[in-house]
Design a protein around this ligand. Structure first.
Ligand code: SF4
Length: 299
């Protein structure tokens, strides 16, 4: 199958800042992030479970920030229904994604996961005393952003709390938090370390606790040392500058789009730009040719 060729200059754009939640992806493949920065329309739809994850994460973040403080489980369930309807209403406007509506029919285990989500939101609401406006089905501009002083790392933290006089960061996760070996996923660890760096930039002190709050299990504390987070933040800033220099060259016509690409199983597996990515198809072709060569050799 041939790659679908577009203009190499217009479909990529400089990446404004490193988002902790996308830092693992930026380390994996600069091209996919350059596509995102340009607003290039992906050619593959988002998986229904990913839609559930996006919506559920925003809902839990609202709960963690106190948007449902004082509400009963029944009231939180009603809030969830409103959030799902509003999210699906937005999806209706996306030609590639409207096929997944209603999510209750296209997303496996939707009701079971929604039940767990509402229970988790109720637990978070019970621990929150501060009432905040909800944002889970509003525009992203209403959400609170935390930025490094130089603006190169920008993220949205789910929850920052004072615990026994020390800062703690909690990130809610609706999907798998561990890899196939049972260890915390590398991208999640990177995300949390960058959150700790943002907290240090904002408050002038490091958090002592980094915590993941999975939907399906107990909270997980992530050990770290500030030097590690500082070093990672500097590495990510260098990666951002390096990517943007190359993106500038591609847009100016002095470098090829493929120089930005790093095709790999991990990066390409969930990349929605695959159909129009020449580097992906070249990598696929060489894998197929390599296998064919092996089988020919064995004859
Ligand atoms: S398909 Fe792979 S190589 Fe191409 S942009 Fe996506 S992650 Fe990068």
């Amino acid at each position: 199958m041939a790659a679908i060729k577009d203009s190499e200059r217009g479909r990529i754009a400089p990446i404004k800042s490193v988002s902790p939640s996308r830092a693992g992806a930026l380390l994996g493949c600069r091209l996919a992030e350059a596509f995102r920065a340009a607003g290039t329309a992906p050619r593959l739809p988002t998986h229904p479970k990913a839609h559930f994850g996006i919506l559920a994460h925003a809902f839990l973040r609202d709960a963690a920030r106190g948007a449902f403080s004082g509400k009963s489980a029944t009231e939180i369930r009603a809030e969830w229904r409103i959030a799902v309807e509003a999210y699906e209403e937005n999806l209706r406007r996306e030609p590639s994604d409207c096929v997944v509506i209603p999510l209750i029919q296209t997303c496996d285990d939707f009701e079971v996961n929604a039940y767990r989500l509402i229970a988790a939101a109720a637990r978070l609401a019970a621990n929150s005393t501060r009432l905040r406006e909800r944002t889970s089905f509003r525009g992203s501009a209403l959400e609170m952003e935390n930025a490094s002083k130089d603006g190169q790392i920008v993220g949205r933290l789910d929850r920052i709390t004072w615990e026994d006089g020390e800062l703690a960061v909690t990130d809610v996760k609706t999907g798998q938090v561990n890899d196939s070996e049972g260890k915390l996923r590398a991208a999640t660890r990177i995300q949390l370390l960058l959150y700790s760096y943002l907290v240090h930039e904002q408050f002038g002190r490091w958090p002592t606790t980094l915590r993941v709050l999975p939907l399906h299990s107990d909270p997980i504390t992530v050990p770290f040392v500030p030097a590690e987070a500082q070093e990672l933040a500097e590495r990510m800033k260098a990666r951002l500058i390096d990517a943007n220099e190359l993106i500038g060259k591609v847009r100016a016509g002095s470098a090829c789009e493929s120089e930005l690409a790093s095709p790999s199983v991990e990066s390409c597996r969930f990349c929605r730009y695959r159909p129009s990515c020449e580097s992906y198809w070249e990598a696929m072709t060489s894998v197929i040719d390599g296998k064919r060569g092996c089988s020919d050799h064995g004859k």
